[in-house]
Unconditional design. Sequence first.
Length: 311
Amino acid sequence: MIELLTTRHNPLVDPTLHVWEWQIPVYLFLGGWVAGSMVLTGYLQRQARAPGQPSVSDRLPWIGLVLISLGMGALFLDLEHKLYVWRMYLTLQPLSPMSWGGWILLLVYPVLALGALATLADGWLDRWPALAAFARQLKSHTATRWLSLANIVVGIALGIYTGILLSSLGARPLWASAVLGPLFLVSGLSAGAAFAHVIAPGHDEQEQLIRFDNLFLMTELGLIALFLIGHLTVGAVHAQSAQLLLGGPFTAVFWVLVVGLGILLPLAIQSLMVAGRIPHTVIAPLLVLLGGLALRFVIVYAGQYSEWISP
């Protein structure tokens, strides 16, 4: 007897592959946002400032702890066997991006927690004498330099990992691009800068973060162009997958929400803000965050869409 196996005409494969749903793009967005915030925190901590001068870098570690916990919660909801997640940390698979990601996420919490502890005022520290001495050591110049470096390194690793997680799955042509790692990192930096300049306590720091965000948005545009050009030129299957964003079912969402409202419009608004032509507004940062979230949803869902990619 001959047994014939096929993956076609399977509701899990054709026309769409519903393996990753809303939890994954939410997790990738929140992880990228935290990654961008960590890199910016590290950079700002390495800048000279007067003693006692407030900085948004004092607030970002606390917010990062909340955001990464929400992201991990979304990831946990996606797990099929939730009670066995601890087994991932019994080994490190060097060739598995998912294994590396699990360990990177494990490093994020202590770096954020140490950064948050270092920002506590003496009045709060006096309530926990056991932590007071350690927290004051974290405030030293040497500890701050090392902690800022840890934020930058772990933040970059986390931001790139969110893209590599998808690009390593070469069976999905839309994800098979080395540009995804840098694209998701820069998108996370943009989200981090957009949010940070809203809550920045000083005008100078706010202006600096707006300029950073404009730079990140322009870089993101360039990476999106490289992402599409790479797919259109590398081969027929990849070119066909790119058509999902260039005339296919995800075209409107991609070009309107991601590119138009998420990059071009906030870039224009923030450029006018930097030039002093319009007052500061939270509309642009909100659009940047919306665009970053939409980017993850489009890439994750379009990558699982196979109706346009027939053998």
